[in-house]
Write a protein that binds this ligand. Structure first.
Ligand code: MOS
Length: 698
């Protein structure tokens, strides 16, 4: 029996600690889902529907089974039944085809090559029906959903925006649009599913192991304790690994049917079918203002798509409820259910496309009023949250704009477009604001002290590359009065204390609260036994459900300011972004190294959104036609030049024990608008539909 280490008083939160799992990742010893290969493993390859709407009449299972190495071919006609009303996840439970690319069968073989070849040549007979995959704002089936993503109200209205717009001295009334975009984390989705008796183990890169366990348990009609989701390392997700997608269910169902472990590794092309994408949006923005730029009215009307199977309504107008003071305002969301895959979460759903529209419109208003775009935003700074009326727990948008202007060199900017040239290149600069809510969800954690002075903290959190494992280690070290070197954080496993999703930029706030409470409880237990850890160790647990729920007394949001410099080739229209600079007010920075990576990663993805990313719908075939990284372009090293992220010190006591706001998503918010605004400044051409392709500029 040795004494627990003394309280050091050192603060490890705020240190630029290297990733505790960095070595394991770069040396290849970190095991990702795909790396698992239990003995007796079979390979499963899904078969995607070749029609966008209709029925599967017949699948030629018999001739498939005569092929060498093929063990099974499963379709609706021979699949086991699942207990679910979730049509999205009810794989092989019906003959209906609701979108092109939907899984209508799966082929299982001893080798991947045999399975692939069998899936490629499987004969499927369809009864096709006419499909509709075209989003338009005036689609006759546009409807008003009951609520939008994250539980926000569908519409809001204050005052009389129409009357205020009719009498406003200055009006901007424009339509902005963003294309469908597909999540492309570096690690493609891959599932290894294995049944042992009535228990199921699933290796799957997941942003939410607790949630995935619950979904699998419910679909296969078993208690959650019989399902084990293993996901210690995740190679990025951007939201695509947060919700449960059909491939996981298909892999588990297949393993059950064949009675052997099954690996189903999606190819990059298959990821463009059913893992996740951002809905295309059409957004009408109307801003009414006094000649000095002060807003009197703001309306934001969003039109989006969802699938025939599920309603997903992205909350793109929600940031317009909070950003600026305007006495008369309205926001609406309308949705049409098309014969397309269900859109889902992609980094900053809502804020990302919504702020492209709002922050582009604010730039147009600044020009219409002859007011500097930074001054315009400062003039419209609200005293309290315009939507809820609640005071902001902290709001430092103005500080971010000012600090950004100083660092970027904004002062003295000539607002006239098309005035600056470097050889063939037109040069421009632009600014846009960013925001993201500071959320928190219930989680639980355990903390354990060993007699040798070490600690283990357990929580079913997810580190999707963000550095969560590292930051939770720092948080625990401080809460325990120990040091990171003595603390091991275990996460990414559904057997650990249940925890919130790594989504909505709320992972660290949610898990960190639970970790702090568990560590505090452990210290109490330790002091009750005189500070000495007994031979068997000492453990405490905490659950934050009570702490996290309850009446909100503050509007909690992170803010930021994005600055972009662009060059546009006057002859070819080719746009480059030599410089991106962001300043963020995001509470306390827990680890400057991992935080900076999150912020510049988001900004890079925003650059990619502005210039490149676009999933193009082929209306005849009823599917997105660019389905690999050769055709769906993502910013690569040569596209990304000088990207800098800074932050303001923010001391906000109304958030969580760490004083942090989420940083995973705000970096992408506003970036595309800053770039589009800079392109206008360079060329005089206003691009209102992303991406900013050269053919739109020449
Ligand atoms: Mo994020 S799109 O909420 O994982």
């Amino acid at each position: 029996m040795t004494a627990a280490p003394p309280v050091t008083g050192a603060r490890h939160v705020g240190e630029a600690l290297d990733r505790v799992d960095g070595l394991a990742k770069v040396t290849g010893s970190a095991m990702y889902a795909y790396d698992h290969g239990p003995a007796d493993l079979l390979h499963a390859v899904p078969v995607e529907a070749a029609i966008a709407r209709g029925e599967v009449v017949q699948v030629d299972v018999d001739s498939m089974l005569k092929r060498p190495g093929v063990v099974a071919a499963i379709w609706h006609g021979n699949a086991p039944r699942l207990a679910t009303s979730d049509e999205e996840l009810a794989v092989l439970q019906s003959r209906r085809v609701s979108y092109r690319g939907q899984y209508i069968a799966v082929v299982v073989a001893e080798t991947l090559d045999d399975a692939r070849e069998a899936a490629r040549t499987l004969h499927v007979q369809y009864a096709p029906e006419e499909h509709d995959v075209g989003l338009r704002a005036d689609h006759p089936k546009m409807y008003r959903p009951d609520s939008v993503n994250a539980g926000h109200p569908t519409d809001t209205e204050q005052g009389d925006p129409d009357a205020a717009l009719a009498s406003a001295p200055v009006v901007v009334d424009e339509v902005y649009s963003t294309p469908a975009e597909h999540n492309n984390p570096m690690e493609p989705h891959a599932t290894v599913a294995e049944w042992h008796g009535d228990g199921l183990t699933v290796h799957e890169p997941s942003q939410n192991v607790t949630g995935l366990r619950a979904t699998l348990a419910s679909l296969f009609g078993m208690p959650p304790a019989h399902v084990h989701v293993v996901s210690p390392y995740v190679g990025g997700g951007f939201g695509s690994k947060a919700k449960v997608h059909p491939h996981v269910i298909l892999a588990a169902l297949t393993a059950k049917q064949v009675g052997r472990p099954v690996k189903m590794a999606l190819t990059r092309r298959q990821m463009f079918a059913a893992t996740a994408y951002r809905t295309p949006t059409i957004q009408r923005m109307r801003l009414g203002a006094e000649p000095d730029g002060r807003l009197v009215a703001l309306t934001h009307d969003v039109f989006e798509q969802s699938s025939a199977l599920a309603e997903f309504a992205e909350q793109a107008a929600v940031p317009s409820r909070t950003m600026y003071a305007a006495p008369h305002r309205r926001t609406t969301h309308r949705l049409v259910r098309l014969d397309v895959p269900t859109p889902s979460w992609m980094r900053a759903p809502g804020e990302c496309p919504g702020m492209f529209a709002l922050e582009s419109a604010m730039d147009e208003l600044a020009i219409a009023c002859g007011v500097d775009p930074i001054d315009l935003r400062v003039r419209n700074e609200p005293a309290a949250d315009p939507h809820s009326g609640l005071p902001f727990s902290s709001r430092n948008l103005v500080g971010c704009l000012r600090e950004g202007a100083r660092r970027f060199g904004w002062a003295g900017r000539d607002p006239r477009p098309g005035m600056r040239r470097r050889g063939r290149l037109l040069v421009g600069t632009g600014v846009a604001a960013a925001t993201f809510p500071a959320l928190r969800a219930p989680s639980s954690a355990s903390a354990r002290a060993e007699p040798d002075g070490r600690y283990t903290v357990r929580i079913a959190a997810a580190d999707i590359g963000t550095g969560a494992r590292t930051v939770l280690t720092q948080i625990a070290a401080d809460a325990l009065g120990s040091t990171p070197g003595l603390v091991t954080v275990e996460l990414g496993d559904s057997a650990l204390p249940r925890a919130a999703v790594a989504g909505g930029s709320m992972g660290t706030a949610s898990w960190g609260t639970a970790v702090v409470r568990a560590c505090e409880a452990l210290r109490e237990r330790l002091s009750a036994v005189g500070g000495a850890v007994p031979a068997g160790g000492l453990e405490a647990t905490a659950d934050t459900t009570q702490e996290v729920r309850g009446r909100q007394r503050y509007a909690r949001h992170a803010f930021g300011a994005q600055f972009a410099e662009v060059t546009v080739d006057a002859d070819t229209g080719e746009t480059r972004v030599p410089r991106l600079l962001g300043v963020f007010a995001v509470g306390r920075i827990l680890n400057p190294k991992t935080a900076r990576s999150q912020l510049i990663g988001g900004m890079t993805m925003g650059l990619s959104m502005a210039l490149l990313e676009e999933s193009i719908m082929d209306r005849e075939f009823g599917d997105y036609l660019n389905r690999d990284l050769a055709q769906y372009h993502i910013a690569a090293n040569a596209d990304v030049r000088d990207v800098q992220a800074f932050w303001l010190e923010e001391d906000d006591p109304h958030l969580n024990p760490m004083g942090s706001k989420g940083i995973g998503e705000i970096g992408i918010v506003g970036t595309a608008a800053a770039i589009a605004n800079a392109v206008h400044h360079a060329t005089g051409v206003r691009i209102r539909d992303l991406p900013i392709r050269l053919d739109k500029l020449v």
